[in-house]
Design a protein around this ligand. Structure first.
Ligand SMILES: Cc1cc2nc3c(=O)[nH]c(=O)nc-3n(C[C@H](O)[C@H](O)[C@H](O)COP(=O)(O)O)c2cc1C
Length: 146
């Protein structure tokens, strides 16, 4: 991210309880209100996910389900990175899910990185020049969208 862009990493996924429409109201469990508060404060959101068992990881999907009624993603500039071995299924599903919750997503703010482990160095940093370039281009598009 360029200088002047502040970002935080959301670290609460494992605290978010299983979605339950019976308690999906204005006074939800505190990890859910914290998630909604953090989303509402953000000018834009970057989601980066692997694929598990040919789908979106359950914890991520669960958290997104809590944002349907709150409209937290509605009109919110969003970037999606699926970084996995294959990842096509999760990526396709995430584009649909983000569409359903009205996130502001464009083809330029989505990126599927396949065989991601082969594109990282031993410390987990992306080392593949083509992937780096794609990430930079996604970041530029995302900032423009914001
Ligand atoms: C339980 C489990 C299921 C997985 N299923 C898939 C899958 O269906 N498709 C895929 O592309 N990768 C799958 N993977 C590989 C992950 O995408 C891989 O872990 C991902 O590249 C993230 O890298 P990391 O494990 O270094 O965080 C799976 C990994 C785990 C742990």
């Amino acid at each position: 991210m360029p200088v002047g862009i502040n970002y935080t990493t959301y670290d609460g996924l494992r605290e978010v309880p299983a979605f339950d429409p019976g308690i999906d109201n204005d006074n939800p469990p505190s990890p859910v209100s914290d998630l909604r508060k953090q989303l509402s404060r953000a000018d834009g959101i970057i989601i980066c996910t692997p694929e598990y068992a040919f789908g979106v990881p359950g914890a991520l999907k669960n958290a997104l389900d809590w944002t349907v009624s709150s409209g937290s993603f509605s009109g919110k500039p969003t970037a999606l990175i699926t970084a996995s071995t294959g990842g096509e299924n999760a990526h396709e599903a995430m584009v649909k899910i983000l569409g359903a919750i009205d996130a502001k997503l464009t083809p330029e703010t989505t990126l599927l990185i396949q065989f991601v482990r082969s594109k990282m160095d031993s410390s987990g940093i992306i080392a593949d020049p083509e992937t780096l370039q794609k990430l930079q281009s996604l970041a530029d598009s995302f900032i423009n969208l914001v």
